[in-house]
Design a protein around this ligand. Structure first.
Ligand code: ZN
Ligand code: FE
Ligand code: FE
Ligand code: FE
Length: 165
């Protein structure tokens, strides 16, 4: 679609994260399976549940705007997920895989934080405060997921990976 207005750019952004969240729903179970740390596995599984809710939240936002919920391909998320898949293939030690996938998961969270931060600002700019509030709930959830991953990396996963022979 040709984008001319901020309204259209905002809608395009929503379609981008809608696509991204759905890809994340598919990728997280594989990532959780590939890591050794129980804490990390649990964090990924918890965030999978949150991500499924985020998909539903986006559907509520589309509805509020009177638009059909649809995704538009997000090459950024495809690239981030592909990096994780390559890492799983190329890395032999499971503790090292855990550290790498944790870092990859944080890259995904950072992408989402960037996107939702912008979408909240644009929603407010365009007077869609009800949509902005919903998007802000997801933004906070992504920031929290990122914080938890940092804690797990520093508490155990990085050190365990470093001890790998
Ligand atoms: Zn509007
Ligand atoms: Fe998300
Ligand atoms: Fe994107
Ligand atoms: Fe997330």
């Amino acid at each position: 679609m040709a984008i001319k207005t901020m309204e259209e750019l905002f809608l395009h952004g929503l379609e981008d994260v809608y696509f991204a969240e759905k890809q994340i729903v598919k990728a997280l179970p594989k990532m959780a399976k590939a890591v050794r740390s129980k804490e990390l596995k649990d964090a990924m599984e918890t965030h999978l549940g949150e991500t499924k809710e985020q998909v539903k939240r986006l559907e509520r936002v589309f509805k509020l705007l009177g638009k059909k919920a649809k995704g538009t391909e997000c090459p950024a998320i495809e690239g981030l997920i592909e990096e994780g898949q390559e890492l799983m293939k190329e890395t032999k030690d499971k503790d090292v895989v855990s550290a790498g996938l944790l870092a990859g998961a944080q890259a995904v969270e950072h992408y989402e934080i960037a996107r939702y931060g912008t979408l909240v600002a644009w929603a407010r700019l365009l007077g869609h405060d009800d949509a902005a509030d919903i998007l802000e709930d997801t933004l906070e959830e992504e920031k929290n997921a990122d914080r938890i991953l940092t804690e797990i990396a520093l508490a155990e996963v990085n050190a365990q990976a470093e001890r790998a022979a």
